[in-house]
Design a protein around this ligand. Structure first.
Ligand code: SAM
Length: 286
């Protein structure tokens, strides 16, 4: 066992894990830009995609491709370069490397080779969605993508169904409805869920309610863009303990955001699992 310092002055290179925006270029950090400028090489999931980002931020560092399909041959090559003293940054197409994206095997190989692995904080869809979900934020369970079909998918959803933490899954717009149908089948209609789409982009939007309600919503409104789905924990059906003052504030915020008072009261009632008339009375101070 030993402690590995991220910033060490030796002849070995380093591996920098650099998050990129999940839609909004302003989410690129100053440190991420500087790191990409300073390293010797950028290992990118898609060099064309990253090329657009690099030219936007005037980064001229050379790229090499590194993705799921070439990782077996690329990892030894990249490790050799870092052993020879190169600094390499790894980026994925969007968000944080290794999070439902390429990276983990390269990180493991670098650790084994004694190369410093330096993580940069930055954009990621899961926690960005979670903090605005209104569901209990911790503990949470990040699952990523569900298996597409079969027994494994059923087992995964059953496992999520039995969890007491808030669960987070990633989904493509083409599969959102199918996933909601499958969640309903295993978890029942009433489990509280939240979908977050197009985070950080102009069409960012959240839908909150029971699985049944969210499913009906998407039957009427075609799912568009990238999605995070969050599922409340089993026991708490995600009941947030809100004071009367917080309840009033939440209803008021929704009204200020353009909802009708009746809808705002309904949404807050659903969120905290209390009858609508109670929320009505609290809001109107009756
Ligand atoms: N590495 C990324 C991260 O840190 O979040 C995740 C990459 S994974 C290949 C892509 C999935 O992340 C999408 O299918 C979607 O579920 C989610 N995602 C990425 N960007 C998003 C966004 N702007 N809004 C909502 N979900 C997003």
């Amino acid at each position: 066992m030993n402690e590995q310092k991220s910033f060490q002055d030796n002849s070995l290179g380093s591996l920098f894990l650099v998050p990129t925006p999940i839609g909004n270029l302003e989410d690129m950090t100053i440190r991420a830009i500087n790191t990409l400028k300073e390293v010797d090489l950028i290992a990118a999931e898609d060099t064309r995609n990253t090329g657009i980002l690099l030219s936007h931020f005037e980064v001229s560092t050379k790229q090499t491709s590194f993705h799921e399909h070439n990782k077996a041959e690329k990892i030894p090559e990249l490790i050799n370069k870092m052993q020879a003293g190169m600094k390499i940054a790894q980026v994925s197409d969007a968000g944080t490397p290794s999070i439902s994206d390429p990276g983990k095997e390269l990180v493991q190989a670098a650790i084994e080779a004694g190369i410093a692995v330096v993580p940069l904080p930055g954009a990621t869809a899961s926690t960005t969605a979670l903090i605005a979900s209104g569901l209990v934020p911790q503990p949470f369970y990040f699952y990523g993508f569900l298996a597409r079909k079969g027994k494994q998918r059923t087992e995964e959803i059953t496992d999520l169904s039995n969890r007491s933490e808030t669960s987070i899954i990633y989904e493509s717009p083409f599969r959102v409805l199918k996933t909601l149908v499958d969640l309903k089948e295993i978890m029942g209609s009433n489990r509280q869920i939240v979908t977050a789409r197009e985070l950080t982009k102009i069409h960012e939007a959240f839908v909150r309610g029971s699985i049944e309600e969210v499913e009906s919503w998407f039957m009427e409104h075609e799912p568009k863009g990238e999605f995070v789905i969050m599922i409340s924990g089993k026991d708490d059906t995600s009941i947030m303990e809100l004071t009367d003052e917080q309840i009033k504030l939440r209803v008021q915020q929704l009204i200020d955001d353009g909802q009708k008072p009746k809808e705002a009261i309904k949404e807050v009632a659903l969120l905290i699992q209390r009858p609508k008339n109670e929320i009505y009375d609290i809001y109107h101070e009756l």
